[in-house]
Design a protein. Structure first.
Length: 301
């Protein structure tokens, strides 16, 4: 993509949303706001990108949204949010609301697929052919790239709702309104608050629940490596970023649990395979810009 081309990106998150303006892959302006009800949130985001387009024509728009999303082009609900526990958002036509009146190429995908694409292009996945990006915060989501392209099929990956082997003696019923003790229901922020009886941000590193969280994340990591053969699993989000001691525990547990079965995974390689995302808090906004660039190059996804 030419360095001078202006594109806009929308990162529609479950708690906060960000509109960004970029020249090439360089973000030059942004506007952040809380994600409240659909009408308020989407109208504010739409007004921002319309204003940027008025000042100078946008080449493309990328929309990276929380999900689940309908991404089948032939579906009458393409670009809509499917059933979600976020009150009032199920069925919301995100794409139509944001692109109304704008005449430029655009692309929509999940926020985590977008972040995975950004990490692949500019972050900790630049030398990979396949990777998985996991964010753990208010929820848990995962995006997967295969041969440099976000994975789509019947829908898109819904990694957060995998139900995995539990740590011995852990009887916490889970906090997911759909599946109880799926991985999101065990380790996302609200789940941690319920498990700890306090705001997890205030919990000491010595709190015993962190060991169980590491065991849960290790189960998830092992499942991803076995099912997708990802070359790298990159972790972002407030929970993973704020507790850097978790990933060393996770690596040790994954190697122990999988034994010698995967020839590429061992103690010396685990640090490179399971690691923090490289773009930090910019993975989401840059993911939206990566999707805008993909709208200009249909061969990308």
């Amino acid at each position: 993509m030419a360095a001078h081309l202006r594109s806009a990106g929308i990162e529609l998150g479950g708690t906060k949303s960000i509109a960004v303006l970029a020249e090439g892959d360089r973000i030059i302006a942004r506007s952040a706001m809380p994600t409240t009800d659909p009408a308020t949130t989407l109208s504010a985001l739409h007004a921002q990108i319309v204003e940027w387009d008025r000042l100078a024509r946008l080449a493309a728009v990328g929309i990276a949204s929380f999900g689940p999303l309908q991404l089948k082009l032939e579906s009458p609900s393409f670009g809509c949010i499917l059933a979600t526990p976020k009150p009032g958002w199920s069925g919301t036509d995100v794409a139509s609301a944001l692109m109304d009146g704008l005449d430029c190429p655009w692309r929509i995908d999940t926020d985590v697929n977008g972040a995975a694409l950004a990490e692949y292009r500019w972050g900790a996945g630049k030398d990979c052919d396949s990777l998985c990006y996991i964010t753990i915060g208010t929820g848990l989501g995962g995006g997967i790239l295969a041969h440099g392209r976000p994975l789509h099929g019947a829908m898109h990956p819904e990694i957060g709702h995998l139900r995995l082997r539990r740590a011995a003696g852990d009887a916490f019923p889970g906090a997911c309104s759909f599946h109880g003790d799926c991985i999101e229901g065990l380790v996302c922020g609200p789940a941690l608050a319920a498990r700890m009886g306090m705001d997890p941000a205030d919990a000491p590193d010595s709190h015993p629940v962190w060991r169980r969280v590491a065991a849960d994340i290790a189960e998830l990591s092992g499942a991803i490596l076995l099912t997708t053969s990802a070359q790298r699993i990159l972790f972002g989000g407030s929970v993973a970023v704020s507790r850097p001691f978790l990933l060393p525990w996770v690596r040790t547990l994954v190697v122990e649990q999988l034994g010698d079965y995967l020839p590429f995974l061992h103690r010396d390689s685990a640090d490179d395979i399971i690691r923090p995302a490289g773009l930090g808090a910019e993975a989401g906004p840059l993911g939206a810009i990566a999707l805008a660039q993909a709208a200009l190059d249909p061969a990308v996804i």
